[in-house]
Design a protein around this ligand. Sequence first.
Ligand SMILES: Nc1ncnc2c1ncn2[C@@H]1O[C@H](COP(=O)(O)OP(=O)(O)OP(=O)(O)O)[C@@H](O)[C@H]1O
Ligand SMILES: [Mg+2]
Length: 272
Amino acid sequence: MGRVIAVTNQKGGVGKTTTTVNLAAALAVAERKTLILDLDPQGNASSALGVSKEAFAEKNLYHAIIGLVPMSQIIQPTEIDSLFVAPSNNDLTGAEIELVSSFARENKLKAALAEIRNQYDYIFIDCPPSLGLLTVNALTASDSFLVPLQCEYFALEGLSQLLNTVGLIRQNLNPALQDEGIVLTMYDGRNNLANEVVREVRTHFGSKVFETIIPRNVRLSECSSFGKPILLYDIDSKGSVAYLSLAKELIARTMSSQQRTTTSGSPEVNTN
Ligand SMILES: Nc1ncnc2c1ncn2[C@@H]1O[C@H](COP(=O)(O)OP(=O)(O)OP(=O)(O)O)[C@@H](O)[C@H]1O
Ligand SMILES: [Mg+2]
């Protein structure tokens, strides 16, 4: 059964999309069949994978969420064989509003995913920078959530609000939602403050923080504007090496969590 991971942080510009796209690409290259759901009306993940938002104006994630088109029909291939994307565009802004009055509104994405979730090893959901209904749908549909944190002052700002939301989701909608961990992003070693943030986050969250730290690397910001994951743009760059290492860590974590599931009979539920 594929692992569905929501990449979320309501803070804008912290590296959610960059992490989703490049981590997913690294897993696909390691022969894990991987799907990205672009759940942000900005459609940045679609663009970063070279998928034109305009070309799928009639068949995108919006149409799957509101049940107009099956999820299997909106999924598009990418330049990497095992990597697929469910594209989005600004239509999703409408979904957020339309869903408000609909029945079982928090479960729409979960229901749309049911048909295909067994066909992938990993499914990443690139969340928008808010804790609105789209993010609630993502957390309800997911096995776990992954939080990118930018290595700068105020990095932890808003995190308690996110964890509160996760608590409510666990209580009301998805009791099995696991904590996949925190990824530190845009790290600049020359900056003392960045080192302080790393220390603080590690002290606070311990083994929940991935060992791999994503450096600030201009190649990572360039590659998205060329519609390519870093692996296809500059495989030797520091950014590329970091996301490959993050993928390795995630695979190891997934394997140990699956082992725990097999031995205990039920997934570990983190109640933090
Ligand atoms: N490690 C990095 N090094 C350099 N630039 C980066 C890095 N990670 C992300 N960026 C750049 O920072 C900006 C924000 O990153 P990204 O779009 O991934 O954040 P986001 O959290 O998805 O933003 P939003 O909240 O708007 O969805 C982008 O221009 C991206 O190219
Ligand atoms: Mg984004």
